[in-house]
Design a protein around this ligand. Structure first.
Ligand code: NAP
Length: 341
């Protein structure tokens, strides 16, 4: 028993990039490697990772160049994670402390203590800190809605990838703020989830419906705020249905990520001029002062049940490559996570 425990913690299992994807990131672009643990250096902590976050933006880190930090061949895939400290060579850190940070897709992360921050376990399951209570999901949605889109009561707010991690929260915040919310998502199950579980006013299934025609029908006075996670033809369909003085929030463009060298459009951007509207993009880290207030408000919403935070969990570190592909095929509803231990 003791020996098993020793061998379990003496080896790290990590997911590394072995081939840069062409098109979709398929599981053969990754391998799972086992590495013996080294002695801690001063200032380091060792974390047993419990969950890692699966993020759309990770695909753009596999290209070898671009806006995001890049993953080199043979390197561990970058990802946020949560876990507990199992060994420390840093002052002020205790064994068992729950932490969050850029832990990477691995079972045991050995990092400088400055790379992690403590989590208060009393706020709920650790996984919440990768979803509703994380900067790159909950606060991202909050920032895009509150700082950029600013929907007013009675306005029509449309969000794409509406059943996903960021989109589901963005739509709920807009709804709290009094907007009429329409979600665009793929498939009948997601369409039902967006209306029945998230409480949006309507949904469009872009895989089976004509988005342009449905927007005309659902938004006869035009779209006041569009929170876009997808780009491509969906962005064009909404641009063609803007109200006067509309705000188009560019949060992401997942439809581009598999083929960043061959992006065309948006082709209908002239509608911005015709409708005296604006399009503004952002990354959550452009608004560091908003992350604290956003997280406090979202935590309150989770606590009192007014915010629905769905998690979609795949079990086992070796399933990370499958999970990334799953997301790009629209498999996830809510925040996609891999459970490590
Ligand atoms: N600006 C920032 O700071 C920031 C931070 C975090 C994330 N983001 C962006 O936010 C967006 C959502 O990220 P997330 O991590 O929350 O992922 P997510 O929404 O939980 O998952 C991605 C969803 O995108 C949809 N999708 C995938 N390929 C698509 C395509 N070709 N066309 C239309 N929809 C497609 C799928 O849903 P369907 O089944 O509906 O197709 C999938 O479930 C991404 O664009 C990401 O880059 C931005």
């Amino acid at each position: 028993m003791f020996c098993n425990h020793q061998s379990m913690v003496a080896i790290n299992r990590r997911v590394v990039l072995v081939r840069r994807p062409q098109g979709q990131a398929t599981p053969d672009c990754f391998s799972v490697e086992e590495t013996p643990l080294r002695e801690l250096e001063p200032g380091q902590v060792r974390v047993a990772v419990e969950y890692v976050s699966v993020d759309a933006g990770t695909r753009t880190m596999l290209r070898g160049e671009g806006f995001h930090q890049q993953v080199g061949l043979g390197e561990t895939i970058l990802a946020s994670g949560v876990g507990r400290i199992i060994e420390t060579a840093a002052d002020g850190w205790e064994i068992g402390q729950a932490v969050k940070g850029g832990l990477g897709v691995q079972t045991i992360a050995t990092v400088m203590s400055s790379a992690v921050r403590p989590i208060d376990s009393a706020t709920g399951p650790l996984s919440l800190h990768l979803g509703a209570l994380s900067a790159s999901t909950g606060a991202t949605a909050w920032i895009g809605v509150r700082n950029i889109g600013k929907p007013q009561p009675g306005e029509t707010f449309v969000v794409s990838a509406a059943a996903g991690a960021v989109g589901s929260i963005a739509g709920q915040i807009a709804k709290f703020d009094g907007a009429r919310v329409i979600g665009i998502a793929g498939g009948p199950d997601k369409k039902a989830y967006v209306v029945d579980t998230l409480g949006f006013d309507a949904a469009i299934d872009y895989k089976n419906e004509d988005v342009h025609a449905r927007l005309r029908e659902l938004c006869p006075d035009g779209v006041n705020v569009f929170f876009d996670n997808v780009g491509g033809p969906i962005l064009d369909a909404v641009l063609d249905n803007l109200a006067m003085h509309a705000r188009v929030v560019i949060c992401g463009a997942i439809s581009h990520y598999d083929d960043m060298d061959n992006i065309t459009g948006p082709s209908l951007y002239l509608r911005l001029a015709e409708r005296q509207s604006r399009m503004e993009g952002f990354a959550y880290f452009h608004f560091p002062d908003s992350i604290g207030p956003a997280t406090i408000e979202l935590a309150e919403g989770v606590r009192d049940g007014s915010l629905t935070s769905t998690e979609h969990v795949l079990d086992g570190i070796e399933r990370y490559p499958e999970a990334l592909q799953f997301m790009f095929n629209g498999g996830n509803t809510g925040k996609l996570l891999v459970k490590v231990s």
